[in-house]
Design a protein around this ligand. Structure first.
Ligand SMILES: *[C@@H]1O[C@H](CO)[C@@H](O)[C@H](O)[C@H]1NC(C)=O
Ligand SMILES: *[C@@H]1O[C@H](CO)[C@@H](O)[C@H](O)[C@H]1NC(C)=O
Ligand SMILES: *[C@@H]1O[C@H](CO)[C@@H](O)[C@H](O)[C@H]1NC(C)=O
Ligand SMILES: *[C@@H]1O[C@H](CO)[C@@H](O)[C@H](O)[C@H]1NC(C)=O
Length: 448
């Protein structure tokens, strides 16, 4: 009985805080090439958040001890957004309390929908785009779309990481199309869906335009890329950010940095913050996310966590100083409302993605039509073992694509900073070309 009363009290408390917080963060919307909250331009001032890193996977948004501990510091830093990666979110867990606390702190979430067990394979993209995978993605969308402070979803992260994985972009784009359609059918508000690209110069621009071309139903709501080119004191010109602004001028959807914060020179001074929120950039960019909140073996952290004790590091102090002394530009920061979508990049030997997208797999249409049903969390069957049932591994316009075999293995070669921390990990198995991933992935693969 005592237990029952406690549960009841907790439930009432949660309901109440849910009601209160829904008023606190008004949803972020997309207008032209920018984000808005109501009539006010919204710039992402965020961090990437994956406490525990690669060796200790846990969902930080379902652990109230963890999120309470960390939100205090996020607020102190002056953040308005966090990004939680693929690996760490369990779609069957309860996220109400942490999402409410974030909301009360004025912090939005951008969530990666993929996990090591549910993700797009860059080597076998068609096989990985199956009904088990889509159930996971749609169920994750259901869970997080009810929070007003869900800013958006990353449909995928760094799938295209080299010149030889560009054909997989067709599946990424199909997934964005499917998620947007699912949201329009099953969510009571539009929630932006986009992609986070690796810091790879040779095809980043093609990917940006590819995801923003063709019919409206298949275009991304935003685009982001990871960027480690501003190192040390540097400058707008020396870092090459001036060229990026030039290159993306005229790009019609919101653009931001999904990871930044080079560590070649430590401690970091984060001088780039001044540039990022200045009118030199805000006509084209909408802010970014610093990699990363907690100190992990790859050394990008702002805070050190020992058990539950938090120690702020020198980088934390610099970032806090930069944020608090950097205002957003006045007015709308020079955003543009009616830019035309991009032209589709031509298919060449360097850009192999077809402009004809694969259809939603027929076995997944039941989820599209009726809803995804219950989230299966981290324990459901992995989507990575479905392809045995499939007959065709070709994308539209292709023939002779290789089928995955259980002995296939490849190496997880990421360009992102996060990958540095996992170099040397021995991984193997069916999907190793897989995912996207940041450090955590390889760690989890070892569990297979
Ligand atoms: C929450 O995180 C704390 C600190 O890392 C850990 O000790 C605890 O076991 C976690 N709780 C759950 C329910 O996972
Ligand atoms: C791309 O190249 C890498 C490194 O050479 C290799 O491991 C990977 O399997 C290749 N992927 C495809 C899709 O050919
Ligand atoms: C700008 O675009 C060109 C053409 O795609 C590309 O070669 C160059 O690397 C880009 N520069 C930057 C800084 O992104
Ligand atoms: C955490 O801080 C408390 C109080 O300062 C201290 O007693 C404890 O030893 C610390 N734990 C760790 C693991 O540092």
């Amino acid at each position: 009985m005592k237990g029952f009363m406690a549960t009841l009290a907790a439930t009432v408390g949660l309901l109440f805080s849910g009601i209160v917080s829904s008023k606190i963060t008004e949803p972020v919307t997309v207008k032209g090439n920018a984000f808005f909250v109501g009539d006010k331009r919204f710039y992402i001032r965020g961090v990437d958040y994956q406490p525990g890193g690669s060796s200790n996977l846990a969902d930080p948004l379902s652990n109230i001890t963890v999120c309470k501990r960390d939100i205090t510091y996020m607020k102190d830093l002056g953040l308005n957004t966090i990004r939680v990666y693929l690996d760490t979110s369990d779609n069957s867990a309860n996220h109400d309390e942490c999402m409410d606390l974030l909301s009360e702190a004025g912090i939005y979430l951008i969530l990666d929908v993929n996990t090591p067990r549910f993700s797009i394979s860059r080597d076998f993209p068609v096989a990985s785009y199956n009904e088990v995978y889509l159930q996971h993605v749609f169920a994750t969308v259901d869970v997080f779309s009810k929070y007003t402070n869900t800013l958006g979803f990353f449909a995928a992260n760094e799938v295209i990481n080299a010149a030889n994985s560009t054909r997989a972009a067709a599946v990424v784009k199909a997934l964005i199309r499917d998620m947007r359609k699912y949201i329009s059918k099953h969510s009571d508000r539009p929630i932006p869906v986009g992609y986070s690209a690796a810091d790879v110069a040779e095809n980043r621009r093609e990917m940006a335009h590819y995801l923003n071309c063709g019919p409206d139903s298949a275009r991304s709501d935003f685009f982001a890329f990871n960027d480690y080119s501003w190192c040390g004191p540097s400058s707008f010109v020396q870092s090459g950010w001036d060229k990026k602004v030039e290159n993306y001028t005229g790009y019609s959807i919101p653009l931001f940095l999904s990871e930044f914060g080079c560590i070649d020179v430590k401690p970091r001074t984060f001088n780039e913050v001044k540039a990022l929120y200045s009118t030199q950039m805000t006509g084209v960019f909408s802010g970014g996310l610093v990699y990363e909140f907690t100190q992990e073996p790859n050394n990008y952290g702002l805070v050190q966590i020992d058990s539950d004790n938090v120690t702020t590091l020198a980088d934390y102090d610099s970032l806090k100083r930069q944020y608090s002394s950097t205002n957003n530009p006045p007015g709308d920061g020079g955003y543009q409302k009616n830019l035309p979508p991009s032209d589709c990049p031509e298919r060449t030997s360097l850009w192999e993605a077809s402009n004809t997208l694969p259809d939603l797999p027929s076995a997944a249409s039941i989820y599209m039509d009726n809803g995804a049903g219950k989230p299966k969390g981290t324990n459901g069957a992995s989507s990575q073992f479905v392809p045995q049932n499939r007959k065709d591994y070709n994308l539209p316009g292709e023939s002779g694509a290789p089928a995955p075999s259980s002995s296939a293995s490849a190496d997880e070669s990421d360009q992102g900073a996060a990958a540095e921390g996992m170099a040397g990990l021995a991984v193997g198995g069916l999907w190793m070309g897989v995912v996207a991933g940041l450090g955590a992935i390889a760690g989890t693969m070892l569990l297979f």
